[in-house]
Ligand binder design. Structure first.
Ligand code: SF4
Length: 352
């Protein structure tokens, strides 16, 4: 069967009308690909429009501060992607005279650009016949061609890439790549694929062998690391005490409340002891109370978080005014914070 021809024909008829499909500018394609990694199109579209409106070209992105980039990114999660984009934009200005590269080998040498993103940009913008391999492509190929290795394994990546490489040609490889991804996203979906009306129904291995629900084989997960984070939400007459995280851990450079990480969640008495030991608050702190617990799951970690609220009528004197701030509750939304802190602010009694 002429797989390429059939799937690109399907794509021409069924594709969604999206702004990054009307351009071959590698900067716009890059922004869209990074935003759409692990983000639904509906949510990603708003972020894409806001991002390219704020930073219309690579030079505007390079000139912005990291905080400005994180603010536009706020809420999307995976902040290291935003940081990598900022770094890469500066590298493009310095090493490529501001011209965003569009060849596969150069793209893959840039920070935050892996095989998938390099293949997408190079095929769409420069006509390089390099197949993309993402979750949608793995699902479509595993089902149609009967690949039985787990998602995330080297074997499935190699099998899918090699098979797709045998179909991709010099004639509009970008459209072919997008067609396979779109077919997976809209038609050969993880749940309830539309097999009865599918153009590949007669050849599809999974359909013919009753393996549609089983393929692709699920990832074999590594156990997650557990962490216990005790937060102290300090309410002062001027606002809430916030501090910025360091760069060597999750949520690098994001803002949060003073934190005590330990091997378990602590009690109110232990929180009071912590405040005394660390001299976190001025004398006159009136109330320290338990507020809320959350469990927050990241890719490789499970976070158990407990929030205490401490109220004081005294002004807090900041020893470090770069990485610590007292900020009015209503302005916290302007600081880049993790999803955990966002969730706490939305659900806490601070809003009562
Ligand atoms: S027949 Fe079903 S499983 Fe096979 S490609 Fe079509 S939609 Fe996917």
């Amino acid at each position: 069967m002429d797989f390429n021809q059939r799937i690109t024909e399907w794509y021409r008829i069924n594709k969604r009308d999206l702004p990054w499909r009307k351009t071959r500018n590698p900067y716009f394609i890059w922004v869209s690909e990074i935003i759409l990694q692990q983000t639904r199109i509906g949510q990603g579209l708003d972020y894409y429009l806001r991002f390219v409106d704020t930073f219309p070209d690579v030079s505007a992105l390079a000139k912005a501060s990291e905080q400005q980039v994180l603010e536009v990114w706020k809420g999307l999660g995976y902040y290291s992607r935003a940081r990598n984009m900022h770094f890469t934009a500066q590298q493009v200005i310095e090493d490529f005279e501001g011209v965003f590269p569009s060849t596969f080998d150069t793209l893959i040498s840039l920070k935050g650009i892996g095989q998938y993103t390099a293949a997408a940009i190079a095929s769409i913008c420069s006509g390089v016949p390099e197949p993309v391999v993402d979750g949608n492509v793995v699902r479509v190929f595993s089902r149609i061609f009967g690949f039985e290795s787990p998602v995330g394994s080297t074997k499935i990546f190699k099998d899918v890439r090699e098979k797709s490489k045998s179909f991709i040609t010099d004639s509009d490889p970008g459209t072919y790549n997008q067609a396979v991804m779109e077919f997976g996203a809209l038609f050969c979906k993880p749940k309830n694929p539309q097999c009865e009306t599918c153009i590949f129904k007669d050849e599809c291995y999974a359909f013919k062998n009753n393996r549609v629900e089983k393929l692709p084989l699920p990832k074999t997960d590594k156990p997650k690391r557990d962490r216990w984070m005790n937060y102290l939400v300090v309410v002062t007459p001027q606002g809430l005490l916030m501090q910025q995280r360091g760069i060597k851990d999750i949520w690098a450079n994001l803002w949060e409340f003073p934190l005590l990480e330990s091997d378990r969640l602590i009690t109110v008495d232990e929180a009071i002891q912590w405040i005394d030991d660390e001299r976190l608050l001025p004398d006159g702190t009136e109330i320290v109370k338990f507020e809320k617990d959350f469990q927050h799951i990241l890719t490789h970690q499970r976070i158990f978080a407990r929030f205490f609220i401490a109220r004081t009528k005294q002004e807090v004197v900041l020893q470090d005014s770069v990485h610590r701030r007292v900020i009015h509750k209503d302005l916290i939304q302007e600081l880049p914070v993790s999803r955990l802190i966002d969730k706490f602010i939305a659900e806490s009694s601070l809003n009562d």
